[in-house]
Design a protein around this ligand. Structure first.
Ligand code: 6PG
Length: 247
């Protein structure tokens, strides 16, 4: 069995990063439609890094821009860098520039992690409190997102949960400060209880440089291997380069 096929959950392999973005966008829109059809608001947490940009561009394209119930979306972020919101490193800024500023999600329904604050522990606590106040409760009382998007770092991190960082072990808070091994070093991140309370989690992973990280997920040694939704679906969207490199 190939490493990619051995990943936990479902695996969808697209050829190119653009095809992965289209597959992930379709998945997200389908999740949105299902939740809105139940009469609920759609609570979605966006991933950071560079991979999500293509998916944001697809969602903001004419194909989706007019057909998604944006006014029913409640947008969260799985992690953020400790930087001002207008910093090029900001995950919020990437989402604003490529999606949120282009579709009709009202500003009050976009919940930005305040990475610019000097007291990141307080910023984490405030974000967790807002998430718990607005999102439906899941098992063990964790806020339950309807959809949670994640990326995978070459060292196996996800969100801003990096190898060896104490945030990996936080199980009494929904959001924590953490430390990356590349700048911006200080971060805010969902913890595993929050990630694993989600109803649906999707990784989008592109590029041959993610092959070892995917193997480490299968081996259980990567932080991302701890993403195991307790009562939810896990899907991996890989491009052919990442899938092939995984072996
Ligand atoms: C971040 C992300 C991080 C990212 C991975 C993959 O803030 O950097 O949350 O977990 O998803 O590092 O990043 P790329 O998509 O740029 O490869």
């Amino acid at each position: 069995m190939s490493a990619a096929a051995a990943l936990p959950g479902s695996v969808v392999v697209g050829g190119t990063p653009t095809e992965v973005a289209e597959l992930a966008a379709c998945w997200l829109v389908e999740r949105s439609a299902a939740v809105v059809a139940e009469g609920r608001r759609f609570h979605v947490a966006l991933a950071g890094g560079s991979t999500p940009q293509r998916m944001f561009d697809v969602l903001a394209s004419p194909r989706y821009r007019g057909g998604v119930p944006w006014d029913r979306w409640e947008v969260w972020f799985g992690d953020e860098r400790a930087c001002p919101p207008d910093d090029p490193a900001s995950n919020w800024r990437l989402a604003r520039d490529h999606l949120l500023g282009l579709v009709s999600v009202a500003a009050e329904h976009v919940h930005r992690m305040e990475g610019e604050r000097a007291d990141l522990d307080a910023a984490a606590a405030d974000y967790a409190a807002e998430l718990a106040r607005l999102a439906p409760p899941g098992l063990a009382g964790a806020p339950r997102l309807d959809a949670l998007l994640l990326g995978l770092g070459t060292n196996g991190h996800t969100a801003s949960l990096f190898p060896g960082d104490p945030a990996l072990e936080v199980d009494t808070a929904w959001v924590a400060r953490s430390r990356a091994d590349y700048a911006p070093y200080d971060r805010l991140t969902f913890t595993f209880p929050t990630i694993n309370a989600a109803a649906a989690v999707a990784f989008t992973v592109c590029g041959a440089d993610k092959g070892q990280a995917l193997r480490d997920v299968v081996a259980g040694t990567a932080p991302a291997a701890r993403v195991r939704p307790v009562d939810g679906a896990l899907t991996w969207f890989l491009d052919s380069a990442a899938s092939t490199a995984a072996g």
